[in-house]
Design a protein around this ligand. Structure first.
Ligand code: OAD
Length: 235
């Protein structure tokens, strides 16, 4: 039976594709106030600002390409049973060829009604794929309410967290790439890895993760993935 590798990714995996991370120097949360553009209160205060922020990021995504780290993660599927859990709202894992990608914080290319069923039921029935197109005030969903980004704002629940926990609980190997592990509940997911499950963390900075199962690969995602592939113990 193929080993099950669960890969948890954060903004760092897309950094080499030209996407600024959030909390590094020069990161997005230095340029924007997270409370303005990524919180539910911010949305109701100034929808235009929030729509503009995600319109810009959607346009940027159209031009971006998956990098060698996304490709190496997709390539794992040749020999392993792989699930990717990503905090990223880009689609670079999918474009690199990963077939099972669970988005914890939503997806840039999708929108949904502001007053829809998703927030109560997590049903994706009203979620609309807009591709890379901008969304403006007055763009309405079939139910008549304003379309909003399909993004988990701060202050909102993370509907996919249960699915993510179920995957991590069944991992033979857990690989974490490019996340500062500061945002919960995603940051606590590694705790659900079974006893004895090796955990690899790829990040150029040291990530505060005090767990005896952890092996750190302190490098950028592309180089770190090459090192991960060359390590034997999880094979
Ligand atoms: P952060 O910006 O908090 O952390 C990015 C991590 O990537 C840091 O640990 C960096 O050291 C690392 N990094 C930088 N360059 C890298 C590279 N080339 N290769 C590998 N790693 C690199 O981003 P996240 O942990 O993903 O949520 O942030 C989690 C959530 O906070 C995001 O999903 C977003 C944000 O607010 C929402 O918007 C809902």
């Amino acid at each position: 039976m193929k080993k099950h590798i669960v890969v948890l990714t954060g903004a760092g995996v897309s950094a080499e594709s030209g996407f600024a991370t959030f909390r590094d120097t020069g990161g997005l949360w230095e340029q924007y106030d997270v409370n303005d553009v990524a919180s539910i209160e911010g949305w109701y205060r100034n929808r235009q600002l929030v729509l503009d922020f995600y319109n810009q990021r959607r346009a940027q995504l159209k031009e971006a390409k998956p990098n060698a780290a996304h490709e190496a993660i997709a390539g794992l599927e040749k020999d392993y049973n792989v699930d990717v859990i990503t905090q990223n709202v880009d689609n670079l894992h999918e474009r690199a060829g990963s077939t099972r990608v669970l988005h914890l914080h939503g997806e840039l290319t999708k929108v949904r009604p502001e007053n829809g069923i998703y927030d109560r039921t997590a049903s994706e029935a009203e979620v609309i794929d807009v591709g890379y197109r901008p969304v403006v005030l007055g763009d309405l969903a079939p139910n008549g309410s304003q379309l909003r980004p399909h993004i988990v704002f701060f202050g909102e629940a993370v509907p996919n967290i249960e699915k993510a926990i179920n995957l991590v609980e069944k991992a033979d190997v857990l690989l974490i790439v490019g996340s500062s592990l500061q945002v919960y509940p995603a940051a606590g997911l590694y705790r659900y890895a079974p006893n004895g499950c090796p955990i690899y963390v790829i990040d150029p900075k040291s990530v505060p993760l005090a767990d005896p199962r952890v092996t750190f690969i302190q490098d950028v995602a592309t180089k770190g993935m090459a090192q991960f592939m060359s390590l034997a113990p999880w094979n």
